[in-house]
Design a protein around this ligand. Structure first.
Ligand code: IP8
Length: 255
């Protein structure tokens, strides 16, 4: 099977509260049409990160004022999720939404209980399970953020996909801020490279930004698994990556 993460940075405008990039979202869904045995995870983008950051939701339950914010973020990420489902259905796919807050618990911000049996049953029925970055209960800190990357990591362990594709708004992991002149794409990353790399952050991201993403990709990777980050703004790249073609991006590899 194939795991695809549609990054919040590509399907939304992360600098503006509640801004979806509908044209990009629709095209990416069209590019996934026809893929068999596919699970889609999507990020929260500006439907989750901005308000979660304002109310420090990633650090857990500290005061009552966070509860309405929790409710609002939970509602907002569902709004984005509905838009993703609509775009998938329009593209001819059969998605089914599995919200983390209704099936995942965390422990100190780290994903703990996640029963993927339901997801597997939908997959066996020929449907496309869709999971997304969400707020969720946490046994230590009351609540926490369950990022799409955390879900990807666990799904990779449970489902052993042959390919995991992270769709971003840049060509892959760059050697400096992609906005800087002369930024170059790093073609492949192994665990040994992590300490020598410098990571940049352009926008507020409550789930850790690029470094956390690379760590998460390394953790989910197993020998022989194709694990790649690609640019979703480039038409056709996702379709090619799903088909297993050589595409421009950053591969994450473990021995
Ligand atoms: O966009 C974050 O998920 P991500 C979820 O996959 C929230 O990192 C609610 C900010």
């Amino acid at each position: 099977m194939i795991l695809v993460k549609l990054g919040g940075s590509v399907i939304t405008d992360k600098s503006q509260y509640h801004a979806v990039r509908l044209d990009v979202l629709r095209r990416l869904c069209e590019e996934m049409t026809g893929a068999e045995d596919i699970v889609v995870v999507h990020g929260a983008g500006s439907f989750g990160h901005i308000m979660a950051h304002e109310h420090a939701l990633a650090g857990g339950h500290r005061d009552g004022s966070q509860i309405p914010a929790y409710a609002a973020v939970s509602r907002d990420v569902r709004e984005l999720n509905l838009m993703v489902l609509d775009a998938m259905i329009e593209a001819g796919m059969s998605p089914v939404s599995l919200p983390p807050s209704a099936g995942i618990t965390l422990k100190d911000g780290v994903l703990e209980d996640y029963d993927t049996g339901l997801l597997q049953s939908y997959l066996d029925m020929g449907m496309v399970p869709v999971i997304f970055g969400d707020v969720a209960l946490d046994s230590v800190q009351g609540f926490a953020i369950c990022s799409g990357d955390q879900a990807m990591e666990r799904l990779a362990k449970e489902l052993s996909p042959r390919r995991s594709i992270f769709v971003s708004d840049v060509d892959g992991i760059m050697d400096r801020d992609p906005a800087e002149q002369g930024a170059e794409l790093i073609g492949a990353i192994t665990p040994d490279d992590l300490d020598s790399m410098t990571f940049h952050a352009r926008v507020k991201d409550v789930t850790g930004g690029i470094r956390r993403k690379v760590e998460s990709m390394l953790a989910m990777c197993s020998p022989g698994m194709d694990c790649i980050i690609i640019n979703g703004n480039v038409p056709g790249l996702l379709a090619d990556a799903i088909a297993g073609k050589e595409v421009r991006g950053t591969r994450v590899k473990v021995d």
